[in-house]
Design a protein around this ligand. Structure first.
Ligand SMILES: Cc1cc2nc3c(=O)[nH]c(=O)nc-3n(C[C@H](O)[C@H](O)[C@H](O)COP(=O)(O)O)c2cc1C
Ligand code: SF4
Ligand code: SF4
Length: 378
């Protein structure tokens, strides 16, 4: 049996994610008990939202009086410790969607709860009483305050997610970039009416772990997200066992067959920046050249980067392919006799080929975003 790491090669908060399907928070509904009933079919869950300081608790009480479902506790941190403990041995990466009105509130929560959970800043809520506390959507319009909150959690050395709603901030690419630069590990995005194009835009601007959310209830919609840069998808309203188990089974089967569950489309077919792993040598006029321009990489550097990255790996094979190395070869779904003959002669399965291409994409992403982040202008 393929083990979970080998299947998805996904780790969050030092824990292997057993499937890239998560439950997204619903205040007053999603708690440990809700998640544990569904634990066999998910890799992560964000319980809450929980209000964690006086201002946000007062706002939650106001919302509850208006008839919304809310989690309300006199001592929310005590309750969160209890919720955290219920997840022990669940195999589910545990996240908590938290509403705090100050950076200190988040820092205090991290001190009380430790590093075994992912801290999700709720920059998503659009209810006026929450916004008036300086939380929820307020943070999407006051980026420096959001950065302060991220940094407060960062100083407690914990894993951070930020839940956002697309289309609120004015510039979601800039927002994503600043969230990543401030030190967040995960961007959890409610796409609203935006589709996979938004995921691709964000994937092209930063390498943060990306969770796509909103009506991702079908295989096709999930695969649209994965093939444009999402690392995970999350489900809230339809997080019933039937939907979650269907998504989990489908992506597990796909990963076992294809080797790279969230492989991008080829760049010229609308793929995100990871698709550089499938690109040809830069010798003709095609979408590769503007893509290299955007990331500030010369054709020569791209050539060196790819050839260096595949040295002493099976992708260095391929003398009879178009450009003399599998480094330049297309996605396995693009039919090609020459590539397939090389793979066969070298004893590399199509699935392994895709796994090697995944490694190459990771190296390219590292080079674009980590070695010279200040130069990136995508
Ligand atoms: C009843 C309800 C409560 C919600 N509460 C929260 C919350 O507290 N924090 C948050 O970040 N998102 C909250 N959400 C938003 C969901 O997590 C999710 O982003 C949204 O429902 C779209 O995803 P879906 O189509 O899978 O439901 C809530 C949604 C619903 C329906
Ligand atoms: S280099 Fe090849 S794969 Fe990449 S965009 Fe151009 S034609 Fe497409
Ligand atoms: S040999 Fe085939 S797979 Fe490789 S670059 Fe040429 S067309 Fe693409």
């Amino acid at each position: 049996m393929i083990d979970d790491y080998e299947r998805f090669e996904l780790i969050i908060n030092d824990q292997v994610v057993k499937t890239p399907v998560a439950i997204a928070s619903m205040a007053g509904v999603v708690d440990a008990a809700y998640v544990l009933e569904r634990a066999d079919h998910i890799g992560a869950a964000f319980i809450g939202g929980y209000s964690i300081d006086q201002a946000t608790l007062d706002a939650s009480r106001m919302l509850a009086e208006e008839g919304r479902t809310e989690f309300l506790y006199d001592d929310p941190l005590e309750e969160l410790v209890h919720q955290r403990d219920l997840f022990r041995d669940s195999g589910v990466v545990t996240g908590m969607n938290l509403r705090g009105s100050t950076p200190e509130a988040y820092h205090d929560a991290a001190e009380a709860l430790g590093d075994g959970i992912v801290y999700e800043i709720d920059a998503h809520c659009r209810q006026t009483p929450i916004i008036n506390t300086g939380c929820g959507e307020y943070l999407l319009k006051h980026l420096s305050r959001l950065e302060e909150m991220i940094k407060a959690l960062k100083s407690a050395d914990v894993t951070i997610s930020v839940k956002i709603r697309a289309g609120v901030s004015g510039d979601d690419r800039l927002l994503a970039r600043r969230i990543w630069e401030a030190g967040a590990d995960i961007l959890h995005i409610d796409l609203m009416d935006d589709g996979y194009q938004k995921i691709r835009q964000i994937r092209n601007i930063c390498p943060i772990t990306l969770i796509a959310n909103n009506s991702i209830n079908t295989y096709n919609r999930m695969m649209e997200m994965f093939s444009h840069g999402a690392d995970m998808v999350s489900v809230a309203r339809r997080s019933d066992i039937r939907t979650l188990s269907g998504l989990d089974a489908a992506i597990s089967r796909y990963a076992d067959e294809a080797g790279w569950y969230n492989a991008p489309k080829q760049l010229c077919r609308g793929g995100d920046i990871r698709a550089l792993t499938f690109c040809c040598m830069p010798v003709k006029s095609c979408p590769l050249l503007p893509a290299l321009d955007k990331i500030g990489m010369s054709k020569e550097d791209f050539q060196i980067l790819k050839l260096e990255a595949v040295k002493n790996t099976p992708l260095s094979e391929g003398r009879t392919t178009c450009f003399g190395s599998l480094a330049w070869c297309c996605k396995i779904s693009v039919p090609c006799m020459f590539r397939n003959m090389t793979l066969e002669a070298a004893g590399i399965s199509g699935k392994d080929y895709m796994r090697y291409k995944h490694r190459l994409a990771d190296t390219i992403m590292d080079r674009i975003f980590n070695e010279s982040p200040e130069d990136v202008t995508v």
